[in-house]
Design a protein around this ligand. Structure first.
Ligand code: ZN
Length: 306
């Protein structure tokens, strides 16, 4: 079937398509130019790719299908001569910190299944190998692979006082509400340069947790600068931030590879589980062709005792 040189589409009506029929040559790089709204995505993603993915998923057992995304039948009379697809869709790659080639191609789901079945020592079901689940994620970096810290040298100009604008972050500028949280707290001499603070004063400025301070008509819990910044920015998913907040976030932080998982994003139980000496992180990092070589070698030379 795959020897047919054309993909044949008959009567495509998905979304705004008006009963389109066409032949698409295979084994060639194709682009489908057209103005926005003319139906390119409806044809390529919602019709051809959706049907190819659906047909491919039907070749797996019901158990495996439970791990795969589900696709409805596209509105089309017929599509002939489809190959197995790898779909790289229009999602913004790199927008989220949790996307890799593996997650885009569904290879990751199959690798997790494989490790849950035959990896040793046995860890558990597939989600124990996912950096998106509490059972699988590295506890240090929460599955991001990096740890992020506030860069205090960028955040504070220690030669200045609070009144003179020591805090560099735009949301903490002199006169702003967040700035008043510190200058009206009654904890500091607002005209004293930060580099003349005592150790206790500096600690209160950076990590003042649990200090109750009178503020306006009601008592409020004071937060140190590092605590507040961490809550406002670091504990937020960077992918969900506005562009402006992400730019601020990146300007005032340093990130480094997670010291616990070394960037692999998984907890130690998942990383210690191996198939023929390799863990899931090592296999996920392989180029697709090398992964195929590894799997073929493993499938033709069974090494695991029954
Ligand atoms: Zn980690």
């Amino acid at each position: 079937m795959s020897a047919q040189p054309f993909i044949e589409v008959h009567g495509a009506r998905e979304n705004n398509l008006k009963n389109i029929s066409l032949h698409i040559p295979k084994q060639k790089s194709r682009s489908s130019p057209g103005v926005s709204g003319s139906g390119k995505s409806s044809l390529v993603f919602d019709t051809i790719a959706a049907e190819a993915q659906r047909q491919l998923n039907e070749t797996f057992t019901a158990f495996v299908q439970g791990f795969l995304p589900h696709y409805g039948q596209p509105d089309v009379d017929s599509i002939e001569n489809l190959n197995s697809p790898i779909i790289i869709d229009q999602k913004r790659v790199g927008g989220g910190s949790r996307s890799t080639v593996g997650t885009y191609t569904d290879i990751a789901a199959l690798l997790r299944l494989l490790f849950s079945r035959i990896g040793e020592p046995h860890v558990g079901p597939g989600f124990a190998f996912s950096f998106n689940t509490p059972q699988g994620m590295c506890p240090e970096c929460e599955g991001i692979g990096k740890t992020v810290q506030l860069d205090m040298d960028k955040f504070l100009d220690r030669s200045k006082s609070l009144n003179a604008g020591a805090i560099q972050h735009p949301e903490f500028k002199v006169g702003k509400w967040l700035w008043k949280n510190y200058t009206l707290a009654g904890l500091f001499d607002n005209d004293k340069p930060i580099n003349q603070y005592t150790a206790d004063e500096l600690h209160a400025l950076l990590y003042g947790a649990d200090l109750k301070v009178p503020f306006g008509e009601f008592n409020t819990t004071y937060e140190g600068l590092i605590e507040r910044f961490t809550r406002m920015y670091i504990k937020k998913d960077a992918a969900a931030m506005s562009d402006r907040n992400r730019a601020i976030f990146e300007a005032f932080t340093n990130s480094q590879t997670c010291p616990l998982c070394q960037g692999a994003r998984l907890n130690q139980a998942a990383l210690n589980c191996r198939i023929r000496g390799r863990n899931i992180a090592a296999l996920s990092d392989l180029e697709a062709t090398d992964l195929l070589v590894f799997c073929k070698g493993w499938m033709t030379t069974p090494s695991r005792p029954a």
